[in-house]
Design a protein around this ligand. Structure first.
Ligand code: SF4
Length: 793
């Protein structure tokens, strides 16, 4: 293909300033610029996997003279089938970002001050290893901790093995739970969460779950929603979104039902009440799956006593008639499916909501519907391991999580580390590594994190930019982008097939940054620690290949292939998935690098949940036991016990919100910036405010009724006051939020993150009261009452 220089520069997004060697928007390394100016303009494509979120979408990168100019979706990647989201498209803005870190930095000022000086990699690693050697010599390896933003990647597994090699159990994954994860784990010991198949469902209830703008896989579910909507005239599928804010999940549903913040579980049990009263419940499943019949009777009594429609209506804001209508629709559906996640997880009733929704699925017969629910996709690498948090002692146990032992995954409580530390419930750390996470920005207990990080003698951060957490790091080590390194993304939770996406360098890495995996391999080698049994690794790529060899040896699955109609799958299934010929691992590996990954569609066409029957219905006894335990309910600095049963909590909330200027602050995520990291990229900052047409700023959404009472017009400025302070935002008046809430998008208001992220907009999370769900440890985003006033000039 012949491309003119002008076209080439346009493709790359480089503007007139290129004559000076750099664009204003992008920083293109000088040797690459040389190619831009004088190269022969040869077009090539490389496949890889997007690393902007954990969904593992396959990508194709267009290169001219080996320089990436565009990212598109890989049409044969099963999870995204050629589509990407805006974050996927924006990846090149990370690669060419003018503020990327390229040299290790060490602190020169006090903690909290972002003052650093550059050092060589040798010097930086020497300092890290000195800290490690001291701990090992003193036999205090348990004082070594690691917070890892779990990108659902092999790197997370590798880091876990790295930490065990050093004898430390203190790896804290930093991730949101999968859909239905909390309830299914605590109710039935299933971890990771079950997969579900929306294609088989005819009545979908999404309690807070926004599959279109949040993990586990927004691109997959956007495209699936599209085809489900198309087929709706034939299938009659009902999709009802129940949440305080409509969101894209509500826009794309057949109906949005407004509910009060935190009330999803009460509504679900209100529906259970109707189903029991109608005697429409799944007696066979409950008979087989409950621990004993006494428990189910007690459960029924508890529901009858507490969740009758009038009371549920008061607590949820949903009229009694509507509750009955929803329940009747659900009970008479052929394949009813209820999902709980997203906003329903970000409350002080998170675990209760999830149990309640799991109960609704059990009672309605959802769990008995063939193929609707599936076991989590497994790889031939042994079970997923995660640290445990014991809710009884309110402490991290330092042991592996085992279903049924009353522990919780440590990731649910990771944000509570600073709160638990002074109580002796979290480990005392002398060395903490942090990667792919920005707790000072992302956690609601910002001040506690600042204090916690200030007390740890050596904090080592791996990052691509100076961010809010960097100010508290002693050493900052620069990371390359996902376009310059090797990794694997693992099967996406909740999806009914296993996919492993291969991330491979599509360009020679920019000089300076080093992949986290390679840095850990070097440290392990220097310290004489073996990571893979029997192997001395030279690079993270070797580890990755060894893992893929296990998949190759298992004979399961296949590298991505072109056709995925069910008929085709059934046909090749008979042939043992041998779409390609790959007699040796080298053939298999070549195919992986050409196709972009591997997947195992086994069971996809006709998996049968009924044949498995491993789920144990969350019994009343179990609920009671966990409510009684009331794990870590003390807010920072002591204060009153905030642990309440959900009914009492909601009743109290209803009392406190009567004044016309009082709202519940409810932050929400958008597809432009799910984790907050998107703020570094100008395309995402531009798109962030596309719908409200409020660009490069944060806004507040308010319902028209309440706006009228406060005499607010579109675009007026409001002051929002919480116990932590106040901030000013422009107002957007929309009927898509319930009258009780003030909804504010999450993702802006960084103190760092490069020139496009720094000091743009407001981080509402920093103003939240720090509250946790006493049963699960999840941080609540819906517990803060704020006062709103119009700013008059
Ligand atoms: S959903 Fe996630 S993995 Fe897929 S394109 Fe978007 S950011 Fe990338």
């Amino acid at each position: 293909m012949n491309i003119s220089r002008r076209d080439f520069l346009r493709l790359l997004g480089v503007t007139g300033a290129v004559a000076g060697g750099y664009s204003r928007v992008w920083a293109v390394p000088d040797d690459w610029m040389e190619k831009i100016i004088s190269g022969p303009r040869i077009e090539t494509w490389k496949v890889s996997t997007c690393g902007q979120c954990p969904a593992g979408c396959g990508i194709r990168v267009r290169l001219i003279d080996d320089i990436p100019v565009r990212i598109l979706g890989n049409p044969i990647a099963p999870v995204n089938r050629g589509f990407t989201c805006p974050m996927g498209e924006a990846g090149l803005e990370l690669l060419y970002h003018p503020d990327r870190l390229t040299q290790p930095l060490v602190r020169t000022g006090k903690k909290g001050e972002a003052s650093f000086e550059p050092v060589s990699w040798d010097e930086a690693i020497k300092q890290v290893e000195q800290a490690l050697t001291t701990l090992r010599r003193e036999k205090r390896s348990d004082r070594f901790g690691f917070i890892l933003g779990d990108g659902n990647s092999l790197l997370a597994r590798f880091t876990e093995e790295f930490m065990s090699g050093f004898g430390s159990p203190h790896l804290f994954p930093w991730r949101p739970p999968a859909v239905n994860e909390l309830g299914l784990f605590q109710g039935g010991g299933i971890f990771p969460a079950l997969a579900f198949d929306l294609n088989r469902c005819d009545y979908l209830l999404t309690f807070g779950t926004n599959l279109l703008e949040e993990t586990p896989s927004p691109v997959h579910f956007n495209s699936l929603y599209g085809s489900l909507k198309e087929k709706r005239p034939r299938t009659g599928l009902k999709m009802i979104h129940l949440s305080p804010r409509m969101s894209h999940a509500g826009i794309n549903a057949t109906e949005w039902v407004k509910i009060l913040p935190g009330s999803a579980g009460v509504l679900a049990l209100g529906m259970v009440y109707v189903i029991i009263r109608d005697k429409f419940y799944d007696q066979e499943f409950i008979g087989k799956s409950t621990i004993n019949i006494k428990n189910i009777r007690e459960f029924q009594d508890m529901v009858r006593r507490n969740f009758y429609p009038d009371r549920v209506s008061e607590l949820t804001g949903v009229p009694p008639k509507k509750i009955i209508q929803l329940a009747r629709g659900f009970e008479s559906a052929r394949a009813p499916l209820a999902l709980s996640g997203g906003t329903a997880d970000a409350t002080e009733t998170a675990l209760f909501n999830q149990w309640a929704v799991a109960s609704l699925n059990a009672v309605s017969g959802s769990f008995s519907t063939t193929g609707l629910w599936r076991e989590p996709a497994a790889l031939p690498w042994g079970p997923v391991r995660e640290n445990a948090f014991d809710p009884r002692s309110r402490s991290f146990t330092g042991k592996d999580l085992k279903p049924g032992d009353n522990a919780l995954p440590a990731s649910w409580a990771a944000q509570a580390l600073p709160e638990l530390f002074p109580q002796g419930k979290a480990p005392e750390l002398s060395l903490l590594m942090i990667a792919q996470a920005d707790p000072v920005f992302q956690a609601a207990n910002r001040e506690a994190w600042e204090g916690f990080l200030s007390r740890i003698p050596k904090v080592v951060q791996f990052a691509s930019f100076i961010d809010d957490t960097s100010s508290f790091a002693d050493i900052v080590l620069p990371l390359p982008t996902y376009l310059e390194q090797w990794d694997l993304t693992l099967p996406v939770p909740n999806l009914p097939f296993a996919q492993v996406g291969l991330m491979q360098p599509v360009v020679s890495p920019v000089k300076g940054p080093r992949p986290l995996g390679d840095v850990l391999v070097k440290i392990a080698a220097d310290q004489n620690v073996k990571i893979l049994p029997g192997a001395r690794l030279k690079s993270y790529r070797e580890y990755l290949q060894a893992r893929m060899k296990q998949i190759f040896n298992s004979g399961k699955g296949t590298p991505y292939f072109e056709e995925v109609s069910l008929e085709f799958l059934q046909e090749i299934r008979k042939r043992g998935w041998q779409v390609y010929s790959y007699p040796a691992f080298s053939d298999f590996w070549r195919l992986l690098t050409e196709k972009g990954g591997w997947w195992d569609p086994d069971g996809y066409p006709d998996a049968d949940w009924r044949g498995e029957k491993k789920f144990t219905f969350p019994t009343l006894t179990r609920l009671d036991q966990l409510f009684t335990e009331r794990s870590f309910q003390k807010p920072s600095g002591g204060g009153e016990d905030t642990g309440r049963d959900p009914l009492a909590w909601l009743e109290e909330r209803a009392k406190g919100a009567e004044a016309s200027d009082i709202f519940t602050l409810v932050p929400f995520t958008t597809l432009m910036n799910i984790t907050g990291f998107g703020a570094s990229q100008p395309l995402l900052q531009e798109l962030f405010g596309l719908h409200p047409r409020l660009y490069w700023q944060t806004w507040a959404e308010i319902n028209p009724e309440r706006a009228m009472v406060l005499d607010l017009k579109e675009g007026d400025q409001i002051r929002v006051t919480t116990e932590k302070g106040s901030f000013t935002l422009p107002v957007k008046i929309v009927p898509t939020v319930s009258a009780d809430i003030l909804s504010v998008p999450f993702g802006q208001g960084h103190k760092g993150s490069g020139r496009y992220g720094k000091n743009i907009g407001t981080n509402a999370i920093a103003y939240l009261d720090y509250r946790v769900d006493p049963l699960s440890g999840r941080t609540s985003w819906q517990s803060t009452q704020v006062r709103v006033e119009k700013i008059t000039k």
